[in-house]
Design a protein around this ligand. Structure first.
Ligand SMILES: [Zn+2]
Length: 347
């Protein structure tokens, strides 16, 4: 079990246990196993659905079926990336979590700004500290059953395991700047990782800069969707800041797969294998077998990873990318003092 030691207020040694905060309780990081670091299982509302009904993922049975495909192909943990205001459904996600044999982490935080009212949303009308406090409460006290859709906050024992922030294509709006600042403060207070959405893989360096400026430890930050900008120079510049990169829509939506495969092979050769994670981001019916699509959550492990292997990715790099890196990034120090990492809280 991963532990670290620090000096308490009166000089005694306090042992801080590192845990990964899943929906059904804290687990030791080494129990995470093969992890899909950007996923969607349930989305029951939110503005994306107005764009297309394909984004409506409102079926617990199908979510369980899809998760099982991932487990059958060797997967263990899924990081669910539906944030506040984008159809996050805590009750349905808890039901999925109870019915699958793997682990699910659920995020707090926000998506890119254009999915919110940029004048009247509480991200804009409250202070950044107040926004950060709302995120911290979801990580330390419990998720709001209503996902802060207001006006009633009703916390469940299940907690958020990470913080999401996002930016627009080629710009960072005021809403997004405030979210990045709040995410950095919440990370600083809780140790929880930040996982971001970039649009088209742009503004990634700006995300890292803003997060760092406001107190984030970038070694616990994953900049997401970087397969959408597979420029090797840009990706290496990012990795040199110490941040982790998520390649998480690897299903030939944006580019044919050879771009991301050769980028990943080059980055591993250059020594960055400790800073790379993968996801599938199957956030629509058209990407899930349970909804009748041709690819599903198993794609990562049945197609992408075998291809990486066949093109020469060393086994230890694959293991870092799928197992060791997520376990390091998503581990947080349990400050409650009472949580045994072996205990799975009932919810
Ligand atoms: Zn996503």
């Amino acid at each position: 079990m991963a532990v670290s030691h620090t000096l308490g207020a009166v000089g005694e040694v306090v042992v801080l246990v590192k845990v990964v905060r899943t929906l059904l309780g804290d687990i030791p990081p080494e129990e995470m196993g093969i992890t899909d670091c950007h996923e969607h299982l349930i989305r029951s509302g939110g503005p994306e659905i107005a764009e297309s009904q394909d984004y409506l993922l409102n079926d617990v049975d199908k979510a369980v079926q899809e998760f099982n495909l991932f487990v059958q192909s060797g997967g263990k943990t899924v990081v669910a990336m539906d944030p506040i205001g984008c159809g996050r459904d805590v009750a349905a996600m808890l039901e999925v979590a109870r019915r699958v044999s793997g682990h699910i982490l659920l995020t707090t935080g926000f998506h890119r700004g254009e999915l919110y009212d940029n004048r009247h949303h509480w991200v804009m009308t409250c202070s950044v500290d107040q926004v950060a406090d709302m995120l911290i409460a979801e990580i330390e006290q419990g998720l709001d059953l209503h996902s802060y859709n207001g006006p009633i906050v009703e916390r469940v024992p299940a907690k958020a395991g990470l913080i999401k922030a996002g930016t627009s294509y080629l710009k960072v709006t005021e809403f997004e700047r405030r979210v990045l600042q709040a995410a950095a403060r919440a990370q600083n207070a809780t140790g929880a990782p930040v996982v971001t959405h970039t649009t088209g893989g742009t503004m990634a360096l700006e995300q890292v800069e803003t997060l760092r400026e406001h107190g984030a430890d970038v070694s616990k930050v994953v900049v997401g969707h970087m397969h959408r900008n597979p420029d090797p120079v840009y990706n290496r510049r990012l990795l040199d800041t110490g941040v982790n990169l998520g390649y998480d829509t690897c299903r030939f939506k944006y580019y044919s797969e050879n771009f991301v495969v050769s980028l990943l092979l080059d980055l591993v050769k250059a020594g960055y294998q400790g800073q790379i994670v993968l996801g599938h981001d199957a956030g629509a019916r058209g990407y899930q077998k349970a909804w009748g699509a041709g690819v599903g959550l198993d794609y990562l492990l049945t197609e992408l990873v075998p291809r990486l292997r066949s093109e020469g990715m060393p086994e230890d790099a694959i293991n870092d990318i799928l197992v060791n890196n997520p376990a390091r990034i998503f581990a947080i120090e349990d400050k409650s003092g009472d949580a045994s990492a072996d205990a799975v809280h009932s919810v």
